[in-house]
Design a binder for this molecule. Structure first.
Ligand code: NAP
Ligand code: GFB
Length: 326
């Protein structure tokens, strides 16, 4: 395979972002558009329309076409608790194929750095809290999403193997639950915040009750997509370790599902009945993660307060109802 970029200047970076049409990818696009321009960086934002990354051949053609020097790898089969419970096999096989194809081609095409995306839901379920980066493989993940979790864990294994055998700089970051504009607001497929936003919207419009699924007592740390986008850009530019790094708000910012729902009710100024549907699953009780490593690198990083992030997400959904995934 010809080396990457014989014609390219040594300082030029071609940063290819897979999954750029999704929640996190859209936020990266927005942050890049707002940043002071960096002429040495060229971004290529991709969606599944550019290539189905499950296909080895389509993935190879993508690398051949764009010849990236750097890859932010977001593309994945993604879903909330209920989608994971229904499609554990698909979440495992699709993600394993996508990740294998991306890293294999990154190696073949001499990519300098790949930053892939794990998730705090892949940590062992039965563990001490808070979890940190050293604990990913210490025991089985929660059964609701074991397919997705094991596929994501293998990304970390592959990163270490590529380093060991070929000295590649392929690494990963571990965000907590993400939310923001451009999320998937579909109730069957999506995560809790977009689901709750969609349900309050409908309840307010139709004068019906708002149903929160489960007991409302599980705990989550939520990160706003724009904050995560800034951290991804830092990682592709500055983070040099192969070991993963957790991208999380502090442990003190962990809230219950009910508290998240209350913030959404407040953002909509919804006055109707709020009902907990305890016939639905609660999923994992908690997955509290620490951000000590992140704080060592970026002690002054400011996270968006969740009240502000939720208001922005609600306003985005109301304004973009016609185009939102729902
Ligand atoms: P998302 O909104 O569902 O976006 C998924 C992206 O992946 C879309 O751009 C989609 O393209 C692309 N994609 C899916 N299957 C593909 C395929 N076979 N070939 C090519 N592209 C494909 O997901 P997200 O929430 O932004 O997730 C981004 C990353 O963050 C993922 O790796 C996810 O595991 C991770 N993560 C997410 C959360 C969360 O709470 N959302 C938490 C932790 C980690 P189309 O738009 O064309 O379909
Ligand atoms: O975001 P979520 O679907 O997934 O949140 P996880 C699930 C929690 O929210 C459960 C409650 O306690 C649900 O009972 N919930 C309440 C709702 N109302 C709703 C609703 O309308 N929609 C949804 N989806 N939940 C996911 C993993 O776990 O975390 C994925 O399954 C993923 O693999 C993601 O990586 C970050 O936080 O439980």
């Amino acid at each position: 395979m010809a080396s990457n970029n014989d014609k390219r200047s040594k300082t030029e970076k071609v940063i290819m972002v897979t999954g750029a049409s999704g929640l996190v990818g859209r936020a990266i696009q927005a942050v890049v558009a707002e940043e002071t321009s960096r002429p040495e960086e060229k971004f290529i934002f991709l969606s599944s329309k550019d290539a189905d990354l499950v296909s080895e051949e389509e993935t190879r053609l993508l690398f051949e076409k764009h010849r990236p020097t750097h890859v932010i790898h977001l593309a994945a089969r993604v879903g909330g608790l209920f989608a994971n419970m229904k499609y554990n096999l698909d979440f495992f096989t699709d993600n394993l194929k996508i990740n294998t194809n991306i890293l294999n081609n990154a190696f073949k095409f001499d990519v300098e750095k790949v930053v892939s995306c794990l998730s705090t839901c892949i940590f062992p379920d039965k563990t001490t809290f808070p979890v940190d980066e050293t604990m990913i493989h210490n025991g089985p993940p929660h059964p609701s999403n074991f397919g997705y979790a094991y596929a994501k864990r293998m990304l970390d294994v592959m990163n270490r193997c590529y380093k060991d055998q070929h000295n590649c700089k392929f690494t990963s970051v571990v965000p907590t639950n993400v939310y923001g504009p451009w999320d998937n607001f579909n109730l069957e497929e999506g995560h809790v915040i977009p689901g709750l936003v969609h349900k309050v919207f409908t309840a307010k419009r139709d004068g019906t009750p708002f149903y929160i699924w489960g007991t409302g007592s599980p705990l989550r740390q939520f990160i706003f997509s724009r904050d995560l986008a800034k951290l991804f850009l830092w990682a592709i530019r500055e983070y040099e370790e192969v070991d993963p790094i957790i991208f999380s708000v502090g442990e003190e910012d962990e809230i219950t599902i009910k508290e998240a729902a209350d913030l959404i009710v407040e953002a909509f100024d919804f006055k109707g009945p709020v009902i907990l549907d305890t016939s639905k699953s609660d999923g994992q009780r908690k997955k509290t993660a620490e951000n000590t490593k992140l704080r060592k690198y970026l002690p002054d990083f400011k996270f968006t307060p969740i009240k502000e992030g939720i208001k922005e997400t609600v306003d985005w959904f109301v304004e973009n109802y016609d185009i939102a995934r729902k």
